[in-house]
Write a protein that binds this ligand. Structure first.
Ligand code: MRU
Length: 358
């Protein structure tokens, strides 16, 4: 029960009766903290698609719990009927967002568990799915903590850090990835000055990152995305820390649109560019960033979202990719829960998975 209560403290968790997924609606932040209860496949799909729950690890955790809740709703005593419906639910959830690999990673992990236990009663398989979904979350908490430790080892007291989008507790469980080192260091009495890019068009940096850091008591300054260059030129940034949605085997890293621009600026000003993420975000089946599918989102997110009135004519074309890929040559190091990887990434990333197999 102790573990259960701990998990209930996180922003994605099961309802008391274990039948629904409960999330903090990230769309309402920073103005309101609202919980949403998701019980149908459509509600779960919509929550991921509309970014009510977002951030690669949090999407994976939500997907794991969602498939477990949907499995409970399948009215079948025999494995074949149960599995046929489960595969449909899985494919539907998987189609909600294409770029963050954690979504398919978590769903594949749940399916593998089901197949590995196919000789058991359906009821028992469903129970095991609940345990597996909790394991995904529990492991994420541990991974974030380790990533935060490794990240902190790269910082000095008083450093300025620039971050883009939100890779904090809301995007994961507990500390987060790119924000974790500063939260952990702050707990230990260290001081950092964090510059949070607002992150157009959906403002994850303004709405979520500056919210998390301000609430935690970390010194944070919100800037518009186009101010990053000046802040770097002024000498206020000693490191850039960003999260990731999918890392290819060669180290190319997909993250929120604008991240590659930050990396190019960082190179110009001689500032180290660190990408932080769990090994579940590394897709060894993807050779390079060219193979990463980039999600395209609604044009109105640029034209009118968050504005009282539209800021462009309705007929003006907009291009709204949600992510870009940072070339591995621009990345100083990739920080995972298993350690700090440096170039050549084809070798250092592959080693992470060799040690898992041992
Ligand atoms: O579209 P979003 O808000 O889901 O994009 C999130 C990011 O780009 C994060 O940096 C990434 O998922 C890492 S979260 C630890």
């Amino acid at each position: 029960m102790r573990e259960k209560r701990e998990i209930l403290a996180d922003n994605v968790h099961l309802s008391e009766d274990g039948k629904c997924v409960v999330i903090i609606d990230q769309r309402a932040l920073p103005n309101e903290v609202i919980e949403l209860t998701l019980s149908t496949a459509k509600e779960m799909y919509d929550a991921i698609k509309s970014l009510a729950v977002r951030g690669a690890p949090a999407i994976g955790i939500c997907a794991g719990y969602s498939l477990y809740c949907l499995a409970q709703q399948i009215d079948a005593a025999d494995f074949e009927t149960f599995y046929a419906q489960l595969v449909k639910d899985k494919a539907y959830l998987d189609s909600s967002r294409p770029t963050a690999v954690n979504l398919s990673w978590a769903l594949n992990r749940m399916e593998k568990l089901v197949l590995d236990n196919r000789d058991k009663e359906v009821e028992e398989i469903v129970r095991l799915m609940g345990v597996e979904a909790e394991n995904i979350q529990r492991e994420d908490i541990e991974m974030c903590r380790k990533i935060s430790e490794y990240g902190l080892s790269l910082l000095k007291n008083g450093d300025g850090v620039l971050t883009h989008c939100n890779a904090g507790p809301l995007a994961t469980s507990r500390y987060g990835t790119a924000i974790g080192p500063m939260l952990l260091g702050h707990e230990r009495g260290m001081q950092f000055h964090v510059f949070s890019d607002e992150t157009r068009p959906l403002l994850q940096g303004a709405r979520l990152t500056s919210y998390e850091l301000q609430k935690a008591g970390v010194d944070v300054t919100l800037i518009c995305d186009n101010m990053a260059s000046l802040v770097m030129k002024n000498g206020w940034v000693q490191a850039c820390f960003v999260g990731c949605d999918r890392i290819a085997a060669n180290g190319d890293a997909a993250n929120k649109i604008g991240t590659s621009g930050v990396a190019i600026l960082a190179k110009h000003y001689g500032i180290p560019m660190y990408v932080l993420g769990p090994t579940s975000t590394i897709d060894m089946n993807c050779k390079s960033g060219d193979e990463i599918v980039i999600e395209l989102r609604d044009e109105d997110e640029i034209r009118s979202k968050f504005y009282e009135k539209p800021m462009a004519l309705r007929e003006v074309k907009c291009y709204n990719p949600a992510f870009d890929v940072t070339d591995h040559e621009l990345i100083t190091a990739i920080i995972t829960e298993k350690g700090i990887c440096r170039a050549p990434y084809t070798e250092s990333l592959a080693k992470l998975f060799e040690s898992t197999a041992e």
